[in-house]
Design a binder for this molecule. Structure first.
Ligand SMILES: C[S@@+](CC[C@H](N)C(=O)[O-])C[C@H]1O[C@@H](n2cnc3c(N)ncnc32)[C@H](O)[C@@H]1O
Length: 261
């Protein structure tokens, strides 16, 4: 399917509102994630970890988990693959939850945390072999800026992995899921978290966010190659990935001369 050309690129909400929203639900975030998805969110993150495993990670490779929130993906990567992971997020309260969890699980030395805006990262270029974002890129003001930062901090050949809610692709299932997502989830979310806005914002933002094909096109436009995606749970979520190209090899025939055959 050809990606549609949208002259107005997706823009997330005001970053201060996003930070405040996650700050307000941080203490209930994990509970609600697992409750509202019947723990399917764990399976989706496990698929992201399996994708990294399929890229033959080597000892010493580092992974940056952007918009890490309470750290579930960062912890899963370190637990399963033994990689050193840096989890970064701009919401202090979410990072506090993450720190508590990594301490409890004894993963503290291998999962480091950094308070940072994903659109302006405090990391040197070419410093990570993998970069992941789970359910984060939809919440940033400019997904293009995040993709550009991921591209900058990855080593050549490094792999970006994006897990995000998407568009269900199975018609009968889509109608049922939409009813749950638009009507049931916001009510349960508000009731358990005690805050009204965030779980109304979730389906609204997913509706506005680019489709699987359009996100793949965005990842490609950010300079990644071999961009692919896979639908998870009938497209409720999708896993996108792409590689930062190796530096172009020097022109073997500078000046335009070519060897005679
Ligand atoms: C839905 S949560 C996802 C958390 C986690 N990755 C997960 O899989 O559950 C989105 C996270 O993105 C963070 N976030 C949103 N915009 C951000 C930005 N511009 N820079 C850094 N973090 C951001 C929020 O603070 C929040 O913790």
């Amino acid at each position: 399917m050809t990606p549609s050309v949208d002259p107005a690129p997706y823009r997330g909400p005001d970053p201060r509102a996003v930070r405040g929203m996650f700050g307000a639900i941080a203490h209930r975030y994990d509970l609600l994630n697992h409750l509202l998805s019947a723990s399917v969110d764990r399976y989706w993150r496990a698929r992201a970890v399996s994708l990294i495993a399929s890229q033959s990670p080597r000892a010493g490779d580092r992974c940056l988990d952007l918009c890490t929130g309470t750290g579930d993906l960062a912890i899963a990567i370190t637990r399963r693959l033994g990689l050193e992971t840096v989890g970064s997020d701009f919401c202090h309260a979410m990072l506090v939850e993450s720190a508590r969890k990594t301490r409890r699980l004894g993963k503290e030395p291998r999962v480091r945390l950094a308070e940072a805006d994903a659109q302006a990262l405090p990391f040197a270029g070419s410093s990570f072999r993998f970069a992941t974002v789970a359910f984060g890129i939809r919440n940033v003001e400019s997904p293009e800026a995040v993709l550009a930062e991921i591209h900058r901090v990855l080593v050549p050949g490094g792999v970006a992995v994006i897990l995000e809610f998407s568009r269900p692709v199975v018609p009968g299932f889509r109608a049922t899921f939409d009813f749950y997502f638009n009507h049931v989830l916001p009510r349960v979310g508000a009731w358990v978290s005690g805050v009204d806005g965030p779980y109304r914002y979730l389906p609204e933002s997913v509706r506005r966010f680019p489709s699987q094909e359009d996100l793949a096109a965005m990842v490609g436009a950010a300079g990644f190659r071999h961009v692919r995606y896979r639908n998870l749970t009938g497209g409720v979520a999708a896993l996108h990935w792409g590689a930062k190209p190796h530096a172009p090899t020097a022109d073997p025939y500078p000046g335009g001369s070519t060897p005679s055959m």
